[in-house]
Design a protein around this ligand. Structure first.
Ligand SMILES: Nc1nc2c(ncn2[C@@H]2O[C@H](COP(=O)(O)OP(=O)(O)OP(=O)(O)O)[C@@H](O)[C@H]2O)c(=O)[nH]1
Ligand SMILES: [Mg+2]
Length: 549
């Protein structure tokens, strides 16, 4: 027993010395903190009991007469062995992490791990969990090597990163000051050794930033140029001076309108300028056309006709004062689908008769035999031919009309009573139809106006806004050649000012003054307002009255 007591005392002493050493060392204090933390979590008692158990097992080993004086690692090995044994026995409840703690405690006690470097602590803390998982091997020395290796890696990495920053700053400074190849090679070499592709980018951007800070007056483009120069210089292995004298650019000013000093390269410019000039000229001519139109002085007879018939754009109050029933839908002198009693009010007896459709022709062979004197209505598409027929007879709906140009595609024959035949011709020019079809219509119209027996008059309808167009002139020339009587009728007078209606009438009369087949006076109507319709009725009914087949 006395021997046993002696051994116990010795062991206690050893343990006290070890714990004292650990407390004195920096890592020992850390270990102490951890134990305190454990205590805070309520494991203090268990720890005490563990220590007691350790002591007991140590005692047991010592009773087993094992000599530890030679090798200090032996007790730890023994401890672990006993712990392993205990897993099957009394210490089943103990968790692995607690066991690990105990292992660390042993390490601390026996001072196997060298914590001389201060940087170790945070690394160890950060990777403590990983380490705990990995530190499973029984060999303490291997564990200590692994930990020390990790620590070394961590410290070297931190050193590297700090060195990197220093290097980048240094390289930036050197590139701006000296810009020698050697310095940059060093930098690139370092970047390569670090094996980070982004590093070089970072370096270059940093360099640019620093250069900007250093030379705030230099524009970014210039600094970029400098960088390019630097790179070139480095590639060639020659020194590039930052303060090179700049070459002044010669600026040659060329007169854009002067063609004499142009080179072949400036051909495009010449072409463009010519195009612009042509455009200006066209605009001027266009302007002059409008200006010319405004200078037309209508004759007093035309002006009085326009005023008497309320032609042109008018206010409702004006129409009301003139006796028009403004409450009726357009045209004002019209009642849609009028009855025979309503037709009685038409001044001219001729147009009191009922309008009836009797034939349509696509080709000249299908024209009906000429039984009645015919009055045809020709003109460009959408000029208002069909509408005028309806307006003259006050029988809206007999002749079909549309907003879309090209509705009338055949020559349509309408009988007005038993004395007159009204013919609606297809329009020419602007129409939503194929070119071949339009050409066919035009040919048919030309054939009709030039060859038709019984055709007493062609009312050539002209839009007041646009006046005579080349196609109209074509038809006029044809009728002149074929000696077909034609009368110009201005339509849609309600969309322009009265003075412009008069000007247009005057303009057309002047242009056709030399023509022989043209019938005067020029008529002006509006199928919408009914203005001038009565006058046209009077003129046309005279034809029927005196016409002889
Ligand atoms: N403001 C106004 N519009 C009119 C007048 N006459 C006709 N219109 C309109 O002009 C468009 C064309 O009328 P249409 O009578 O179909 O013309 P069109 O000459 O027969 O046309 P095509 O059959 O294609 O040759 C329609 O929307 C009419 O409402 C008018 O005197 N004044
Ligand atoms: Mg029509």
């Amino acid at each position: 027993m006395s021997g046993e007591a002696g051994l116990r005392l010795k062991l206690n002493k050893k343990l006290k010395i070890a714990s004292g050493r650990s407390r004195n060392s920096k890592d020992g204090s850390r270990k102490f903190e951890r134990t305190l933390n454990n205590d805070r979590n309520g494991n203090f008692k268990r720890m005490n009991s563990d220590r007691k158990k350790k002591r007991i097992y140590a005692e047991q080993d010592m009773v087993g007469k094992v000599d530890y004086s030679d090798n200090e690692t032996a007790p730890s090995k023994k401890f672990e062995r006993t712990l392993n044994n205990d897993r099957n026995g009394n210490f089943k409840r103990m968790k692995s992490d607690r066991k690990k703690k105990r292992i660390y405690a042993e390490q601390d006690i026996f001072g196997e791990v060298d914590y001389s470097d201060n940087e170790m602590a945070p690394c160890r803390k950060a990777s403590s969990k990983k380490e705990q998982k990995q530190v499973k091997g029984d060999n303490k020395s291997s564990r200590s090597i692994w930990v020390s290796k990790r620590l070394e890696d961590a410290t070297s990495e931190t050193r590297r990163s700090s060195r990197k920053v220093k290097d980048t700053v240094k390289s930036a400074e050197t590139s701006n000051r000296t810009k020698t190849k050697d310095v940059d090679n060093m930098n690139f070499g370092r970047a390569d050794s670090l094996k980070k592709p982004t590093k070089s980018k970072y370096d270059s951007s940093k360099r640019v930033d620093i250069s900007r800070e250093k030379f705030p007056d230099v524009s970014p483009s210039k600094s970029a140029k400098k960088n390019v120069q630097e790179k070139r210089g480095l590639d060639e292995g020659t020194e590039v001076m930052g303060d090179m004298p700049k070459k002044k650019k010669r600026v040659i000013r060329i007169d854009p309108h002067d063609i004499s000093n142009k080179r072949l390269d400036d051909g495009l410019v010449i072409y463009e300028s010519a195009k612009e000039k042509k455009k200006d000229l066209e605009e001027n001519t266009k302007m002059s056309k409008n200006a010319q139109f405004r200078t037309i002085q209508p004759s007093p007879s035309i002006l009085s006709f326009v005023e008497e018939n309320l032609l042109g754009r008018r206010r409702l109050i004006e129409l009301r004062r003139a006796g028009y029933n403004t409450e009726l839908s357009a045209p004002l002198d019209n009642i849609p689908f009028s009855t025979s009693s309503e037709r009685e009010r038409i001044e001219e007896n001729m147009f009191r008769n009922k309008l009836t459709f009797f034939a349509a022709a696509k080709v000249s062979s299908s024209f009906p035999p000429p039984e009645l004197p015919e009055i045809a209505f020709a003109g460009r598409s959408n000029v208002g031919k069909s509408s005028l027929l309806n307006s003259l007879t006050r029988q809206w709906g007999v002749v079909r009309t549309s907003d879309k140009p090209g509705l009338t595609q055949t020559i349509n024959f309408f009988n007005l009573g038993s004395k007159l035949c009204l013919v609606d011709l297809p329009g020419y020019g602007f129409a939503y139809a194929k070119e071949e079809v339009k050409d066919a219509w035009e040919e048919l119209v030309k054939e009709y106006v030039s060859t038709r027996v019984g055709l007493k008059r062609v009312c050539l309808l002209v839009d007041t806004k646009w006046g005579l167009k080349p196609r109209d002139h074509e038809l006029i020339n044809l009728m002149e050649r074929s000696q077909t009587k034609y009368q110009i009728v201005l339509t849609k007078t309600d969309v322009v000012f009265p003075i412009d209606v008069a000007r247009r009438a005057m303009q057309i009369e002047e242009s056709l003054r030399a023509n022989k087949s043209v019938v005067q006076p020029l008529m002006m109507v509006s199928s919408k307002s009914g203005a001038g319709i009565g006058c046209l009725r009077t003129v046309l009914s005279k034809i029927a009255r005196f016409a002889k087949l």
